[in-house]
Design a protein around this ligand. Structure first.
Ligand code: GLA
Length: 339
């Protein structure tokens, strides 16, 4: 079931909050602003409901939202080195909004757009037409994102896009989770499993070196469940995880990751057709959120299914090029449950 209520305005356009509910009592709130997942209310092992998704109470928070809480990211999720790439010999220069690099589509970005909403049964469909040259990317890009909450407690996100000219595209969702509740202090008592044999090593600005390496014998080996609090200090660089894991290029929806919170019994699983998954343990987080909650370093985790960072400049990575003859497609889901 989907219900809606007014949430505010942006750029003179109406922002609506949609509430998706299923037979399990799970309740998810989504905005047509930035495709933002605002609230995820799920039970613990005793049936106690808690909001496990970080966010803001009102539009004022989402207008700035420097940490991309809950947002859809595009046209190009994650980083493009030197904010520049080449298609067919032509160089495109983007906004440098993360040091020398471009992050999550630049200054504009899909997280700051009002999307056209449509409800079709239990599916919330958001559409956005990004004009040719918007945020300095080539081609008019028509993007659709469908959200559906199943009775199995799976939030399915189905993306598709077409372009009028050759371009690059990489979409993801940037929700921050804390399975103890959105205001809980940290995620040190959570356990993580990421079913990837390889990851992409990166420099200090989070740009992949281009190598694809085995996780074997490194702190990136999360193929069996590991405690996040014990692992964070072992990650080189002292900023926790902000790393891309590799899953190959099959395009089939596959299990990628699971995070468990033994104290509450809650868990979250991620499935995706994408070849990559960024695991980010929110080193930079520093914000006041819903109900005055203090969000801070290691206060939450993100699992961002997408193509690898800086793919447009890394010919050996799965391609993020989109030709007018093709349709971009991605299905990613967050599955919630109790142990
Ligand atoms: C962005 C990315 C994360 C991580 C951080 C690091 O939020 O989405 O995956 O790289 O930047 O600052």
């Amino acid at each position: 079931m989907i219900t809606s209520s007014p949430f505010g305005t942006y750029d003179g356009k109406e922002v609506i909050q949609y509430t998706l509910k299923n037979s399990q009592g799970t309740e998810i709130q989504i905005l047509n602003f930035g495709g933002i997942i605002k609230t995820i209310l799920v039970p613990d092992k005793n049936g106690k409901m808690e909001d496990i998704c970080l966010g803001y109470d009102d539009m004022k928070g989402y207008e700035t939202n420097p940490f991309y809480l809950g947002t859809l990211c595009g046209r190009f999720a994650n980083r493009i080195a030197n904010a520049s790439f080449i298609i067919d010999g032509k160089t495109y220069e983007l906004d440098k909004n993360d040091g020398q690099n471009s992050l999550h589509g630049g200054k504009g970005g899909f997280h700051k757009k009002v999307w056209t909403p449509e409800i079709d049964g239990d599916v919330l469909k958001l559409t956005y037409v990004s004009p040719d040259g918007e945020d300095k990317f080539p081609g008019e890009l028509k993007v659709t994102l469908c959200y559906q909450l199943t009775d199995d407690n799976e939030l399915v996100m189905q993306y598709s896009a077409t372009t009028s000219a050759k371009t690059v595209i990489n979409l993801t969702n940037h929700a921050y989770f804390n399975l103890a509740g959105q205001g809980a202090e940290n995620i040190f008592d959570h356990d993580v499993t990421i079913k990837a044999d390889q990851y992409t090593p990166q420099d200090s600005t989070y740009i992949p070196t281009g190598a694809i390496e085995s996780v074997e014998g490194t702190p990136f080996d999360l193929r069996t469940a590991k405690n996040i609090g014990q692992m964070i200090p072992r990650v080189p660089g002292n900023v926790g995880y902000a790393h891309n894991y590799c899953f190959g290029t099959t395009g089939d929806k596959k299990f990628m990751a699971r995070v468990e919170h033994p104290a509450s019994g809650r868990y979250l699983e991620v499935y995706s057709t994408e070849p990559g998954l960024v695991f980010y343990t929110s080193y930079y987080l520093n914000e006041t959120g819903k109900g005055g909650a203090k969000y801070q370093k290691y206060g939450a985790f993100c699992l961002e299914a997408a193509h690898y960072p800086d793919s447009p400049n890394k010919p050996n990575f799965p391609s993020t090029l989109l030709d007018p003859s093709e349709t971009y497609q991605q299905t990613t889901s967050y599955k919630f449950g109790v142990m």
